[in-house]
Write a protein that binds this ligand. Structure first.
Ligand code: GDD
Ligand code: MN
Length: 361
């Protein structure tokens, strides 16, 4: 087999023809001097904006264009790039010159010094972002980073400018990023321990426009949920289950208030509010917490869920009685006993839902 180059630079593109000449020129200027052998893979989603002509005209032996017509999207393009890359080191960067190619040697040096993942970071000392970055984009990025905190302590896990060894990719469990955060996926799944962040100046794109849409941001939440389950297993399911349970309390109180306002008799209103909350919990748990079981029979699951929740209520009640029995002093603080009951009911409901109602098929 032919020996591959040292470095594979993977650049996902969609309508970036105007940016490619400068990107390629700058990559060449940097890599010719410092990298023992490299290739640049332009992973284009059939932009039809002249990308093919631009790459054709530049005609460099280390430049490859892959025009993708199926399974479009940024993540899929980068994953394809990983698979067709032949380099020992895989490096991903954007085409729009937000990521300075001049930082590549520093990134490679960090890998050589023992890091197993290097990223061009906007949030370490002496890094910066373009002034044109609005407050909204900054806040957005900060919130996204904060949500990923339990997965990684890295300062800028949202960065799309990163490098790691192909051997880590080959040893990792299957990657299936949805949305934009491929770097985060690699960080978590390849279990990268020694991460090095290189400060960059993140510049505003000069040509074309960003493809980061609201849809992408929702996909990020989906991606996070997957990574949480990957890293924390049942704990991740449990936290989601508890959040859904909390939302159910709000639904319960909201519906109760509404029905009472509408003049529905109180006892009926209480019962309807409980039932509505159970239904909304069911829908949310089926859609999110236990989304792996989404395709199994809805009615069976619904009946099972209502059954389990009812038994859970009995567990809750039983625990409160037991607490009163063991520590009569608690009768003066029934709320404390109630909290104990609620927690036990929650744990019971969780396990019944996870292993009886929403079984992995
Ligand atoms: N093949 C392919 N398919 N490429 C795509 C697609 C797609 O559907 N969508 C976007 N790209 C390419 C763009 O052409 C660009 O080279 C790169 O992916 C990043 O897209 P931008 O549209 O420039 O994204 P951004 O500037 O909003 O996002 C940047 O910041 C994020 C963090 O805030 C990127 O650096 C992201 O990687 C990063 O996560
Ligand atoms: Mn960009």
């Amino acid at each position: 087999m032919l020996e591959g180059p040292f470095l594979s630079i993977i650049v996902p593109t969609y309508k970036e023809a105007e940016n490619l000449p400068e990107l390629i020129r700058r990559v060449e200027a940097v890599c010719e001097e410092t990298v023992p052998g490299y290739e640049l893979l332009v992973m284009d989603d059939d932009s039809q904006d002249g990308t093919e002509e631009v790459v054709g005209q530049l005609d460099r032996p280390w430049l490859r264009l892959v025009v993708r017509k199926a399974d479009r999207g940024l993540s899929a393009a980068v994953m394809d790039g990983f698979r067709s890359a032949r380099g020992k080191v895989l490096l991903v960067m954007d085409a729009d010159l937000s990521h300075p190619p001049e930082k590549i040697p520093e990134m490679l040096a960090a890998l050589e010094e023992g890091a197993d993942f290097v990223l061009g970071s906007r949030y370490v000392q002496s890094a910066s972002t373009d002034e044109a970055w609005g407050v909204f984009r900054w806040l957005n990025s900060k919130v996204a980073t904060w949500l990923a905190r339990p997965l990684t302590r890295v300062k800028d896990p949202m960065s799309g400018f990163f490098a790691f060894y192909r051997s880590a990719f080959e040893a990792a469990p299957p990657l299936n990023p949805v949305g934009y955060k491929i770097g985060l996926e690699v960080l978590v799944k390849c279990d990268c321990k020694s991460v090095c962040e290189i400060p960059i100046h993140f510049s505003q794109r000069r040509f074309g426009e960003s493809k980061l849409s609201l849809g992408e941001q929702l996909r990020y939440i989906q991606h996070l949920r997957r990574l949480f389950v990957f890293k924390y297993g049942n704990w991740a399911h449990f936290v989601q289950f508890a959040v859904v349970g909390f939302s159910g309390t709000l639904v319960n109180l909201g519906i109760l208030t509404l029905l009472v306002e509408l003049g529905v008799p109180l006892r009926l209103a209480v019962a309807l509010a409980i039932f509505t909350a159970m239904l909304s919990n069911f829908v949310l748990n089926r859609r999110f917490t236990f989304s792996y079981a989404r395709t199994a029979s809805l009615w069976k699951q619904l009946v099972g869920f209502i059954g389990a929740s009812s038994v859970g209520a009995l567990v809750n009640y039983g625990v409160v009685l037991v607490l009163f029995h063991c520590w009569p002093v608690l009768e003066g603080y029934p709320q404390v006993a109630a909290i104990g009951g609620i927690l036990c009911g929650l744990v019971f409901n969780f396990f019944a839902s996870r292993y009886l109602v929403f079984r992995k098929s």
